[in-house]
Write a protein that binds this ligand. Structure first.
Ligand SMILES: Nc1ncnc2c1ncn2[C@@H]1O[C@H](COP(=O)(O)OP(=O)(O)OP(=O)(O)O)[C@@H](O)[C@H]1O
Ligand SMILES: [Mg+2]
Length: 310
């Protein structure tokens, strides 16, 4: 059973005096499986936060359905095992870090006993905030606030964690620490849904991603599959290629790039195999054959550009 499932989810906001309509989400259907780290990507205003808010019943869809753990999100029981780090969270700034966690822990129904205090200390330690626990959070840096927010979201040991821009404003070392924490949570079987603009990070930790543009789902899939550039192959050889062989390669694929020990071809699998046969026939040993990959950022930019043109 998927942990999150939506069917034709649509959200139309009307705002301002003129009641101008904004389609924040159009017929969005997707699912997230247990134990996955799922990344939702999209330009500003694409509808990412709107989707999280619908899944948490903070706002309601205009049409369509959403379920968490098989329960309709309108039923508050769906949220029993859910943690949430909101985008631009604003904790009361007169509280200390420890008080913030205590307050939100009690809001989520945790009993203020010794185990609860121990859990808060553990999380402050994990986030490297122990020495700041009795400091009012108005003195916290942006990165510290973000880590406190993450601690808040996992305090009650939820099975599903929504993180809206978890590394926003966090320095590279802090981002690595957050990534390691998320990977550790995944290893414990937790499901993580995250919104992020930091595509290199998403690429490092997410199993699957969806790309949203102007409320439409424009791409979805496994990160490894999406970043494999179709039909672009590189062959590395042990022996160098002579001119005669290079000409024969160009006869198979006129656009092939042939260097000293490397051939690049975009002419598809059949031509790739023809080139390999030619090399083998000429007693050239093959070191490796690889399919070229693009970064998630390159994919994202191409997908959004194409969608904006169409
Ligand atoms: N409460 C609201 N009333 C009216 N319009 C809204 C409201 N909330 C969001 N919108 C609009 O809905 C669209 C989607 O907004 P949303 O915040 O979901 O985008 P996002 O993908 O999270 O963007 P960002 O990357 O900037 O956080 C935007 O056009 C936004 O202006
Ligand atoms: Mg947002």
């Amino acid at each position: 059973m998927p942990v999150i499932e939506t069917q034709n989810l649509s959200k139309e906001y009307s705002s301002g005096f003129s009641k101008q309509k904004v389609n924040a989400l159009n017929d969005f259907s997707f699912s997230v499986n247990e134990g996955e780290i799922f990344g939702l990507l999209g330009p500003n205003g694409a509808g990412k936060t709107t989707l999280i808010k619908i899944l948490l019943a903070i706002t309601f869809p205009t049409r369509g359905n959403a379920k968490i753990f098989g329960t309709d999100v309108r039923n508050h029981k769906a949220k029993a095992k859910v943690g949430y780090l909101p985008e631009n969270h604003r904790f009361p700034n007169y509280l200390t870090g420890e008080q913030v966690l205590s307050f939100y822990g009690r809001l989520s129904g945790m009993k203020p006993n010794d185990a609860f205090k121990k859990r808060i200390d553990e999380l402050l330690e994990l986030m490297k905030l122990t020495q700041w626990k009795q400091t009012k959070i108005k003195k916290y840096s942006k990165g510290m606030m973000q880590k406190l927010g993450l601690a808040q979201s996992i305090l009650s040991e939820p099975d599903l964690i929504f993180l809206d821009e978890p590394t926003d404003g966090v320095d590279p070392i802090g981002r690595k620490e957050i990534r390691d924490i998320l990977i550790e949570l995944k290893s414990k079987g937790k499901t993580i849904f995250l919104n992020s603009h930091l595509l290199s990070e998403v690429e490092m930790i997410c199993d699957r991603v969806a790309i949203l543009n102007k409320g439409d789902l424009v791409k979805e899939g496994n990160v490894d599959d999406l970043t494999k550039a179709e039909n672009i192959f590189a062959i590395h050889t042990v022996e160098p290629l002579n001119i005669e062989l290079k000409q024969k390669i160009l006869a198979i694929d006129s656009n092939a790039g042939a260097g000293e020990n490397e051939i690049n071809t975009e002419a598809g699998v059949d031509n790739l195999n023809k080139i390999i046969d030619l090399l083998r026939k000429n007693k050239i040993r093959i070191q490796s054959v690889s399919q070229k990959t693009s970064t998630l950022e390159e994919l994202f930019i191409n997908v959004i550009k194409k969608d904006n043109i169409s």
